[in-house]
Structures are given as C-alpha cells and as structure tokens.
Write a protein that binds this ligand. Sequence first.
Ligand SMILES: [Zn+2]
Ligand SMILES: [Zn+2]
Length: 152
Amino acid sequence: MERERQHAPTPLADVTLIGRHTQQRTVVVEAPIQAEGFVDAQALHNQLATAGSPVGLSTVYRTLTALAAAGRADMIRDTGGERLFRYRPGPEHRHYLICTQCGLSRPVDSGPVEEWADTIARTCGFANARHTVELSGACPDCGRRLAAAGRP
Ligand SMILES: [Zn+2]
Ligand SMILES: [Zn+2]
C-alpha cells in the first residue's frame, strides 16, 4: 500500500523546524520518536541523564513544547498536570483517549472535531489555528478494577 511507503521520521528535519540545530535538541527529539506512546518530560530527562546526555530538564521541556508547537508532536496533560508528549510522524495530528490509571492511549476518530475547528477558524478569519482536545478517563480494564475496589 502506498501509505506504508511513507518516509521514516526524520529527526534532523524536525530539529531544524524548531530552531537552531544542536546536539542536545537532536537527542531530545529522537527520544519520543523511539518511544511507543506518550513520554513524560521528566522521565525522558532521567532517561537521557542515565544514558550520559547532559541535557537540562528545561531544555527537554522547551524542545518538546517547540516540537508540539511545530505540529510534530501531540501534547496532553496527565491528572497531575504533567505534560506528556507523543511524536507525530505525519502531517495530520491525532487525538487520543488516555487512561489516567495505566497510561494506555489509543487514537480516536476526530473527523467532526477537525471539521468544527476548521469551520470556526475560517469563519473568524484565523490562520494557522491550532486546537487541543483531551479525552481521558479509565480504560475498560482499569474501570473494572476501580469498580471492584468500590471506587468510581
Ligand atoms: Zn487503564
Ligand atoms: Zn484535531
């Protein structure tokens, strides 16, 4: 299928997209590409430090936030307000259902949301309008576990 022959993610191009290319930024951009699912900036920072990369936490946050702003990552917040990032390989972004208990994330169809956002932006004359939609809750497994434990 044609779609499967898409180019692999190119971290270097994405680093250039968010500003001056530096070794540290490259390291930070590569990490979410290799990760499956969402990564939290703090854990990423710990992981890089353990691997011997002297990247500051603020650099990790700045780089990931810039990546999200450039449309190459999706950002959500967990229940503690911690920002989680997921690399976006294609131009079209995704929305996810996130389990706040176990961190499970699954992409969901967001066609109506995209249409609504496009229409509003166009009607109001906004260019490059972005949106963030977060859907979180307890996944079926966690929901059952919580119910069994007597918690809503
Ligand atoms: Zn869960
Ligand atoms: Zn959307």
